[in-house]
Design a protein around this ligand. Structure first.
Ligand SMILES: Nc1ncnc2c1ncn2[C@@H]1O[C@H](COP(=O)(O)OP(=O)(O)O)[C@@H](O)[C@H]1O
Ligand SMILES: [Mg+2]
Length: 332
């Protein structure tokens, strides 16, 4: 029963961007071995496009191991705190490296200790998530002290660096030439767009993967049919994070009520609590309602593209595009 509960998380969909990101991270690590200069890579994407999952899957292949020579930690995987400082970041990294006295010593002493621990543990790659926190939105500037510290850390340890985060994290590189010079072109994790054929096919492929895993345990409305695909797109804005969230919720509801059949209405309820409530959408017809007209309408697509965006960004994009949109239904 427990594995059934995790059926959605345990389904890993190797869509194109996921595969590309995984290959590029691996390459980055291999290049770093021979390169005289540090090799760095950024994986960027809006929230819920799957940035973190890429890093997690990668890091899980190189987990720490105890050897005769001591602890081997090939990858130092760390998440930037929301307000990073050198002291805080060094402490966090020391803690991950297993230093029991991670919070003692000056900033400098901590950094020296960190470099030594990384060398001893054979750490050849730093994977840093939530890198957008290196950009201070309030001050509209990069925390240069942090960025410089990170640059020196990778220079001195010769570790490959992979950063990941929201698109705003690119500002850290744009405003820090020295760090930027060490980076390859970024990998962009997409939000799938229904009007783009490649994206639509990719999204349908993802639905197919979930159909296979969930459908082998539950009787569900066929996810990978075009009409259901469009409903799922309108319900999630093409964000894999929202898709998996509402599917997980539907599975949990079924398990908790001892059901083997998940209906369209169950999708509607799961989606309402898992996605519509986060998005504070209450007065719009659910894409999983029987009354929903699953025909291609500009209005529906425009609405889906706003799902998951910060509310301030939605307001800006609406004011830029203030001509009234008219829904023109067409067959999909
Ligand atoms: N390739 C994938 N296959 C299956 N599930 C995924 C995939 N990518 C992301 N997810 C799921 O989507 C959710 C959000 O992903 P996450 O990596 O946290 O997004 P982000 O870091 O971009 O906000 C998680 O539950 C994650 O397991
Ligand atoms: Mg994330």
């Amino acid at each position: 029963m427990d594995s059934l509960r995790h059926i959605v998380e345990n389904t890993l969909v190797p869509h194109s961007a996921f595969v590309e990101a995984s290959i590029r991270i691996e390459q980055c690590m291999r290049y770093a071995v021979d390169s005289p200069e540090p090799v760095c890579l950024a994986i960027v994407g809006e929230s819920r496009t799957g940035n973190t999952r890429v890093l997690e899957e990668y890091a899980s292949k190189y987990s720490p191991a105890r050897t005769k020579e001591g602890l081997n930690i090939p990858i130092l995987a760390v998440k930037s705190p929301s307000k990073p400082t050198v002291k805080g970041m060094a402490e966090l990294m020391l803690q991950i490296m297993g230093d029991p006295r991670f919070d003692s010593g000056t900033e400098n002493a901590k950094t020296i200790r960190l470099k030594r621990l990384m060398k001893n543990a054979g750490t050849y790659q730093i994977v840093l998530d939530e890198f957008q926190h290196f950009y201070d939105k309030g001050l509209r500037g990069v925390m240069h002290h942090m960025a410089d510290w990170l640059k020196i850390l990778v220079d001195d340890t010769k570790a490959a660096l992979v950063v990941s985060g929201l698109p705003s994290c690119m500002a850290v590189l744009e405003q820090n030439e020295q760090l930027a010079g060490r980076f390859f072109a970024p990998v962009v994790m997409p939000r799938f767009d229904w009007t783009n054929t490649e994206h639509r096919e990719e999204f349908m492929g993802i639905l197919g993967a979930f159909q296979e895993s969930i459908g082998s345990h539950f009787d569900i409305p066929r996810l990978d049919h075009e009409e259901m695909g469009f409903r799922c797109y309108c319900a999630t804005g093409g964000l894999i994070g929202y898709l998996s969230k509402f599917l997980r919720s539907a599975v949990w509801n079924a398990i908790d009520t001892n059901k083997k059949i998940i209906t369209l209405d169950d999708f509607r309820l799961a989606h309402k609590s898992a996605v519509w409530s986060c998005e504070q959408i209450s007065n719009t017809l659910s894409p999983f309602s029987r009354k929903f007209q699953a025909t291609f309408a500009e209005e529906l697509i425009a609405q889906a593209r706003e799902i998951g965006l910060p509310k301030a960004q939605v307001a800006v994009s609406r004011s830029k595009n203030s001509t009234p949109r008219v829904a023109r239904p067409r067959n999909i």
